[in-house]
Design a protein around this ligand. Structure first.
Ligand code: 4AD
Length: 466
């Protein structure tokens, strides 16, 4: 009938735009669709033209089959295309769907000679890192970005589902939470006439941690968290340091034990990892196959086991009993170095391990004094993980006004932190929290050696590309 003809005619004229992940799901056989993406391979035979097109929605590219009449010299590896046609089952086992194209439009050309990535070549991460503006076009970096996005959502879900309130802590602040002096100072560009103007009237910095702002909120909410960029002017180009990195921070009110914190850290780690392993199975598998072979078994092993908890003093004893020759001293009172963290993780069975109760003097002013301990320690905790070292740091906070005041006085910070002392004056509560480095988390789950390969645009000393 005329109306059926019209529907067919209409469908043909207006193909539905589909993401490639949806097209690949196999639920739209027979549909007239349009996909937009970038060409990952082109092969021309006598009669037929074969393309693979990727749009970032999946590691898989969609196979497109067309008459060779649709070939065109601009259709090269890397170019942007819009393809319309019908989805049909494919005879190839590897991919059960293909798109039979009736139209291929080159939207953006790509010179395959100058393009830094070559068809069918597996480029190493060291090579692709040189192209921060183009590396999202590679399989490995596409997978990383999808995993990063899913892990972000998983972490937010964890906190939201467990009753935490998200706080947008400021990026610009006047405090140095960690007291380590690794601050980037923020100053406006001075225009003529304003030469003596101090924009904020006080020195202002990019935040090193949202902790102190979360502590303010923990005076009114029982559980709060923040997840945003933090900045450290560490003169380091190491494989686990960035000048700008994302931190997941939480603060728990009415908390009196380190175990309350370790439980949440372990829970966040487990729930985010389990979700990423299921929701991004193909992307994670690419890493575990090509970047860190064998790493999946390790991750599965961690998820099966409870993370052990040892004290700093036990850790020092373990190091002192070892036959390994460490470069740095293993004396009580010295900070644990990378080599020590590595040894401790191995000693505990190559799974993540919590180390608690560090020497008081090693921890910032806010850490709670363990007055009942024979050695002078603070109620602080670090989570050490295989391959990466310190993934998370936290502590109970000193809620007792007299002790906090005395410590700030010694540091000459009593005036700067008068507002922080106020928190202990007006309804002070025992509380504690932690900060987990998001890039180190991704390194740990994916088995990535260099932190610069798990963040879209790495910033570190002597490098701020783009
Ligand atoms: O141990 P940190 O310095 O702890 C704090 O900033 C606390 N104020 C957090 C809190 O209690 N709310 O840093 C926490 C984590 C580290 O364990 C590490 O994973 C990560 O942040 N981190 C870095 N990641 C990449 N590059 C750097 N330069 C980092 N510095 C710390």
């Amino acid at each position: 009938s005329r109306s059926i003809f019209c529907i067919r005619h209409y469908c043909k004229k207006t193909p539905t735009k589909l993401r490639i992940s949806e097209a690949l799901s196999g639920s739209k056989f027979g549909a007239n669709i349009k996909v937009q993406g970038w060409v990952r391979s082109v092969r021309s035979q006598k009669k037929n033209l074969f393309l693979h097109v990727n749009d970032g929605s999946s590691l898989q590219s969609l196979q497109i089959i067309a008459s060779s009449d649709l070939n065109n010299p601009l259709l090269t590896f890397g170019c942007a295309v819009e393809v319309t046609g019908f989805l049909k089952p494919s005879p190839h086992q590897k991919q059960p769907v293909e798109l039979e194209a009736d139209r291929i439009r080159v939207v953006g050309e790509c010179d395959p000679v100058d393009f830094p990535f070559k068809i069918k070549e597996r480029h190493g991460v060291d090579y692709i890192r040189q192209f921060p503006h183009l590396r999202c076009r590679t399989n490995v970096f596409g997978s990383l970005l999808r995993v990063r996005s899913e892990a972000t959502a998983a972490i937010h879900s964890y906190f939201q589902e467990n009753g935490y309130t998200q706080i947008h802590t400021p990026v610009i602040t006047s405090n140095d939470c960690e007291g380590a002096g690794e601050l980037f100072q923020v100053e406006p560009q001075i225009s003529e006439g304003d030469a003596n103007e101090n924009f904020f009237s006080v020195p202002a910095f990019l935040t090193v941690s949202g902790q102190l702002h979360l502590e303010i909120m923990s005076g009114a909410f029982s559980e709060v968290y923040t997840f945003g960029p933090t900045f450290r002017a560490e003169n380091s180009q190491s494989r686990r340091h960035l000048a700008e990195f994302y931190m997941v921070e939480a603060e728990l009110s009415f908390t009196q034990s380190i175990e309350d914190l370790t439980e949440v850290v372990e829970d966040v780690f487990r729930s985010a990892t389990e979700r990423v392993l299921t929701q991004c199975a193909e992307d994670v598998a690419l890493f575990h196959k090509h970047v860190s072979p064998g790493h999946r078994d390790s991750v599965d092993d961690w998820l099966r086991k409870k993370f052990p908890i040892i004290t700093y003093s036990e850790a020092v004893n373990i190091l002192n009993r070892s036959t390994q020759n460490f470069v740095f001293p293993t004396k009580w009172g010295c900070d644990l170095q990378k080599e020590h963290e590595k040894y401790l993780v191995k000693h505990c069975g190559n799974i993540p391990v919590f180390v608690t109760d560090y020497p008081y003097e090693l921890k910032p002013f806010y850490a709670r004094d363990n007055q009942d301990h024979p050695e002078h320690t603070a109620a602080a905790v670090d989570l050490l993980v295989p391959g990466v070292g310190e993934l998370c740091g936290g502590s109970l906070r000193e809620e007792r006004l007299d002790l906090l005041k005395a410590r700030l006085e010694v540091a000459g910070l009593e005036d700067v932190y008068s507002w922080y002392l106020d928190l202990r004056r007006f309804g002070s509560i025992p509380h504690g929290g932690f900060g987990l480095g998001f890039e180190r988390y991704l390194q740990c789950v994916l088995g990535v050696d260099n932190i610069k390969d798990v963040i879209p645009f790495p910033r570190f000393s002597h490098s701020c590309l783009l």
